[in-house]
Write a protein that binds this ligand. Structure first.
Ligand code: AMP
Length: 219
């Protein structure tokens, strides 16, 4: 299954993607994780992207699109994938459509997690992320068994620099400007599904798994 997760930062896309990946063996490509990796490794892309990310702005389309399409080329056509955080703009979506259509493997579903803004601010401020495997936690809603340590791989948990209040507000504004045209893009293609992002991630996972299995997209 070729799946795109849409929704504001903190809607739960990352946690949901990890559950779907682990259960269904799909490749999970998160543009934010890949960009943070590039920043840490100080690659040319990372050096260019860092200033945009630190202030909560979008990294230019050309850079992100090239990075994601390059990663997608490495995914065997028989294997499904989940894109999380990409596309973020209609230009990115169009570039992606072109490549997937040429490969005869278009997007099956774009799922938009609709979430109340107050909920998002609370989730992002309490979010902690495993530096090694990318698993997300929340200091109150989903704490790890041992403080600061990932349950899954034992890696260190950290707060993202852009999960601080001033940057969170900037990211939410940027997202609000991009969200409607992106949702309209996938609605027009008949692949959009909306779900209630205020639900806990395991409930969302169960709901989507049931729906996609029934539709024959997961087996
Ligand atoms: P995320 O982890 O998805 O919240 O992304 C963190 C940051 O990476 C964003 O605030 C942007 O600066 C950048 N970023 C991630 N994905 C994209 C994208 N598809 N287009 C542009 N910038 C992106």
């Amino acid at each position: 299954m070729r799946l795109i997760l849409l929704g504001p930062p903190g809607a739960g896309k990352g946690s949901l993607a990890v559950m779907l990946r682990d259960r269904w063996g799909l490749t999970h490509l998160a543009s934010g994780d890949l960009l943070r990796e590039a920043v840490r490794a100080k690659t040319p892309l990372g050096v260019q992207a860092e200033a945009f990310m630190t202030r909560g702005a979008l990294v230019p389309d050309t850079l992100v699109t090239a990075m994601m399409l390059e990663r997608l080329r490495g995914v065997p056509t028989t294997e499904g994938f989940i894109l999380d955080g990409f596309p973020r703009t209609v230009a990115q979506a169009e570039a992606l459509d072109q490549v997937l259509q040429a490969a005869g493997a278009p997007v099956d579903r774009a799922v938009c997690l609709e979430t109340a803004p107050e909920m998002i601010e609370r989730r992002l401020a309490g979010r902690r992320v495993c530096r090694s495997c990318g698993m997300n936690y929340h200091v109150r809603r989903m704490p790890p068994a041992r403080e600061g340590i990932c349950d899954r791989c034992g890696g260190p948990l950290e707060q993202r620099a852009d999960d601080r209040p001033a940057t969170i507000r900037q990211r939410l504004q940027v997202d609000a400007a991009q969200a409607a045209p992106l949702v309209a893009h996938y609605r027009q293609r008949g692949v959009l599904r909306t779900v209630n992002g205020d639900l806990d991630v395991p409930d969302l996972f169960a709901q989507l798994t049931a729906q996609f299995t029934q539709e024959g997209l997961l087996a």
